[in-house]
Design a protein around this ligand. Structure first.
Ligand SMILES: [Zn+2]
Length: 303
């Protein structure tokens, strides 16, 4: 089974690759705090190693000037990969948020785009049921917008997964030939959730959502979005989070007002990553609500 191959990859990489060994070891001591919103919780993780990602310059000029860390020729020699299909490689992410955190780049150095890769995301979710696969759009948290990739982390870590199941925050809007569409309320960030067993039909439902947002953001390379996908005996559950903004105003504020937070799929899945301790200490529920409001659509704007 493919899952077993990935388990073995972790075992050998954490034994043989010093950087990964140290960073996964540190993750056990990482500081977290819980913000209680009444109906749900959001966790904040102080993770200094994520500064590379959170503060990455992703403008075209900076991207072109740096060697791409997802291209095979630039990867650390100790980093091994496991092939998935004929174009993707599963790698242990050496700067983890999850106790099992993988990055899955394409073999080719080609732009981050979801349109023709959504089915692959579902295939990955099915092959790795113990993981939640996520996609960060080129202007929505991906630190390599020039190299197509997914990431994944062990399921059960992000609150959104259990928040979907608890029955109070997400409501089924419609069901069309086995594909359910769900919306969320009082969750402070607009999310469209798809659920079903049929990959083709899910892809069709995704395409129509994509097209709708592509029209609104026609000046962008693709509509801004983050996606989280998991698979279990009840089929696929896919959370689509359309975006309005790459980074909140707090990211650019000077001095004490600054919060170095660059929201991506994991943050919107309910685990906020702060690479600076001062931000970890000072961030409040009000800040999180404000930041979600800036970067996401409102719930009633989506459907
Ligand atoms: Zn590359």
């Amino acid at each position: 089974m493919f899952s077993n191959k990935i388990n073995r990859l972790f075992t050998t990489q954490l034994r043989e690759w010093e950087l990964a060994k140290v960073n996964y070891g540190q993750l056990e001591k990482v500081k977290t705090k819980k913000l209680d919103f009444g109906n749900f919780e959001v966790f904040v993780q102080f993770n200094p190693e994520r500064i590379r990602s959170s503060a990455a310059n992703v403008d075209t000029k900076s991207i072109e000037a740096r060697p791409c860390f997802l291209c095979e020729k630039n990867r650390p020699p100790e980093q091994r990969g496991v092939l998935f299909g004929n174009n993707l490689t599963v790698l242990v992410n050496p700067f983890p948020i999850f106790t099992r955190h993988i990055t899955i780049p394409s073999e080719l150095h080609t732009d981050q785009r979801i349109r023709n890769n959504f089915n692959t995301m579902l295939s990955l979710a099915k092959a790795l049921p113990q993981f939640t696969i996520f996609y960060n759009g080129p202007q929505c948290g991906a630190s390599a917008p020039d190299h197509f990739h997914f990431q994944a982390g062990n399921s059960g870590f992000m609150p959104i997964e259990k928040d979907f199941r608890n029955g109070r925050l997400a409501q089924q809007l419609s069901e069309n030939r086995g594909i359910e569409i769900w919306k969320w309320t009082r969750y402070l960030r607009g999310i469209i959730t798809l659920k079903g067993y049929n990959m083709e039909k899910l892809a069709k439902a995704f395409d129509s959502i994509y097209d709708r947002f592509a029209e609104v953001q026609s000046d962008r390379p693709e509509p801004m979005l983050n996606i989280l996908a998991g698979h279990s005996s009840s089929g696929w559950i896919i959370h689509i989070i359309p975006r309005k903004q790459h980074r909140p105003t707090q990211f650019f504020d000077g001095g004490n007002d600054q919060i170095l937070l660059s929201p991506a799929a994991v943050d919107l899945g309910g685990v906020i990553i702060t690479p600076r301790e001062e931000d970890f200490t000072k961030i409040t529920k009000e800040d999180v609500e404000d930041i979600f409001g800036q970067v996401c659509f409102k719930e009633n704007e989506l459907l």
